[in-house]
Write a protein that binds this ligand. Structure first.
Ligand SMILES: [Zn+2]
Length: 99
């Protein structure tokens, strides 16, 4: 049975998917879009997600300059995977908020 979700779908975009989006935006976006649409994401969803990840032109320029290093890490506090936008970030968003 398929349940329809009307709410937002936070679980579909895993840290790995997020990283693919970031990599794609920084590099081969055509290839990234092709891969993720094959995985079942719509281009709309991907664009919306990249916006909510904060992939602004400024952010992209900083990444290209090597000022920001994006990677998937495990949170030191709760061990959840998260997308880290910088070498100094070792806690997930949730733990950072409650810290
Ligand atoms: Zn955490």
């Amino acid at each position: 049975m398929v349940r329809r979700k009307k709410k937002t779908e936070p679980d579909r975009f895993t840290p790995e998917i997020d990283l693919q989006i970031v990599d794609g935006v920084l590099g081969d976006s055509e290839n990234m879009l092709a891969t993720l649409t094959r995985a079942g994401f719509s281009k709309e969803e991907i664009h919306r997600r990249s916006r909510s990840l904060g992939l602004s032109n400024r952010f992209i320029a900083q990444c290209r300059a090597g000022d920001i290093v994006v990677s998937v890490r495990r949170c030191l506090n709760c061990d959840d995977k998260f997308l880290s936008m910088g070498v100094h970030l070792r806690l997930c968003v949730r733990c950072r908020r409650s810290a």
